[in-house]
Ligand binder design. Structure first.
Ligand SMILES: Cc1cc2nc3c(=O)[nH]c(=O)nc-3n(C[C@H](O)[C@H](O)[C@H](O)COP(=O)(O)OP(=O)(O)OC[C@H]3O[C@@H](n4cnc5c(N)ncnc54)[C@H](O)[C@@H]3O)c2cc1C
Length: 465
């Protein structure tokens, strides 16, 4: 008896991918609606509680103060959920977009919490005809309110360090540690929410807030700590060797167990922590630079700061813990027949593992790799082998950038009339994958859009959240 494998037609595969993308988009939109709905629910529950007083000046200001506090706290908890690396969020909108929304909510939440503190102090002093200073001093007699002030001070530290761009001026970890105090800030605010007035003492409001706190802290504990710890213990990864591939870049070859059970897709990344005395305290998001096997994987790192510098001299046998896989820079988001891939510098890493796993026929994918100088042609020699094996066209563009609309290519290529369409003749029927420095990637995206490629066909991996 013979068995035959029925291959799905390319048209049906593309139709299935398009509907998966639409589902993902829908979940993404629903998540955004949920963010704003939760803020609305927090105020609606307050107004439904029967505790709102609007017929006196003091009552009106106090009501405004409570409402701003509820919306501000709600947004802060939602921000924690967005930063929790919840699989549903990463698989539908991607962690980078979730973090984009997380950052956008920071400022409004901060201003609402300032308004909350000021309006409540003014509102209470108006209601009991005392002055603001006496009212503030009286707040300090109450332990829950002292904790609330502490929470407020921590929020100020977190938001101010985000607004003044500490991230760019200091090592990432400095900013990150300050940022982690936001967990303490949220917890310190809880007692005064539950004890002050009768606002959250019973009923739907109390249940809603407890559920939101549990969701935020449960997601952080589960997805950022417990799940990665269990996966790291299970797969027991270690550094096998560190291989220098350029003056400023190296590959880390890893050994592990049952890696296929991680369900990794080409193009994805992990957040890695390497347990040596000098490196255990900083974790780094790094993409796989080759498709993993059952017991081995590889990442390739460019030295850009002290953290990546320290990783370059890790000894063999270093234990590794990780969180992931994450990311949507994969075959799964494709919905066109052709693939155009454009990568610059160390942006080659996710591309290198993506192309190994692309579901392709010969001639359907074209790659353009870009380097400002011949020292930055990381992993290019491996592309030749893949080019032969998978029937992929590869273009290289080396040299300083041009100045025209195709300025993301080398000036030399631009002057020879090379442009996006001449390299990717099937651009109109292609998904475009872009990875490289942010400003450069934006230029590539701008040209693709100007040439009529729809946003849902453009997939960018950002190395800087
Ligand atoms: C999704 C993703 C995939 C990446 N893949 C690769 C890769 O394959 N190869 C490669 O060389 N680089 C990759 N990077 C960039 C890499 O993470 C940073 O270059 C590296 O962490 C810098 O660390 P540092 O301590 O040397 O420098 P620092 O000076 O401490 O950091 C430089 C910048 O790197 C970013 N960064 C550092 N640590 C983190 C962190 N824990 N989380 C988020 N951002 C951080 C920040 O934007 C920071 O401003 C990737 C980044 C992201 C977000």
């Amino acid at each position: 008896m013979t068995s035959t494998t029925v291959r799905k037609s390319p048209t049906r595969v593309l139709a299935a991918r398009r509907s998966a993308n639409r589902r993902r988009q829908l979940i993404g939109d629903l998540l955004v609606v949920l963010v704003w709905a939760s803020a609305a629910i927090s105020v609606a529950l307050y107004f439904a509680s029967g505790l709102v007083v609007l017929n006196t000046g003091g009552g009106f200001v106090t009501t405004l103060g409570i409402a701003t506090g509820l919306v501000g706290s709600d947004l802060v908890l939602v921000m924690l959920v967005l930063a929790s690396r919840m699989p549903l969020i990463d698989a539908s909108v991607g962690h980078d977009r979730a973090m984009g929304l997380h950052r956008k909510l920071g400022k409004p939440a901060f201003y609402l919490l300032i308004a909350h503190a000021v309006l409540l102090t003014v509102g209470y002093s108006m209601s009991i005809h005392s002055n603001i200073v006496a009212e503030t001093v009286s707040f300090f007699q109450n332990r829950d309110l002292v904790l609330a002030y502490l929470s407020f001070a921590l929020f100020v530290a977190v938001i101010v360090t985000s607004l003044v761009n500490v991230k760019r001026r200091f090592p990432y970890e400095f900013w990150h540690v300050i940022h982690l105090t936001s967990y303490a800030a949220v917890l310190f605010a809880l007692p005064h929410m539950l004890s002050q007035g009768q606002l959250l003492t019973a009923g739907w409001q109390r249940s809603y807030w407890i559920a939101l706190y549990l969701l935020a802290f449960g997601s952080i504990a589960g997805f950022r700590f417990i799940r990665p710890a269990l996966a790291s213990m299970r797969h027991r990864m270690r550094v096998e060797r560190v291989e220098r591939i350029a003056a400023d870049a190296f590959s880390v070859h890893l050994r592990g167990h049952d890696l296929e059970r991680l369900g990794i897709q080409g193009g994805q990344y992990f957040i890695w922590r390497f347990w040596t005395p000098g490196t255990w305290w900083h974790a780094h998001p790094i993409s796989l630079s080759a498709s993993p096997r059952k017991d081995s994987a590889r990442i390739t790192i460019r030295i850009v700061g002290s953290g990546t510098q320290a990783l370059a001299s890790m000894p063999a046998g270093t234990p590794v813990s990780f969180s992931g896989p994450y990311g949507l820079f994969t075959d799964a988001v494709r919905s066109a027949r052709h693939v155009a891939i454009i990568a610059a510098g160390i942006g080659i890493t996710p591309v290198r593992s993506l192309i190994e796993r692309l579901d392709l026929s010969v001639g359907e994918a074209t790659i353009l790799v870009r380097a400002s100088n011949p020292d930055q042609v990381y992993l290019w020699e491996e592309l030749n082998e893949i080019k032969r094996r998978r029937g992929i066209k590869v273009y290289t563009s080396v040299g300083p950038r041009g100045r025209g609309p195709s300025g993301w290519m080398s000036a030399r290529d631009e002057s020879r009339g090379v442009n996006m369409l001449s390299v990717f003749p099937h651009l109109a029927e292609s998904d475009i994958f872009i990875c490289g420095p942010d400003a450069w990637s934006q230029m590539v995206e701008d040209e693709a859009r100007a040439r009529g490629v729809g946003p849902s066909y453009i997939h960018r991996e950002k190395f800087d959240w």
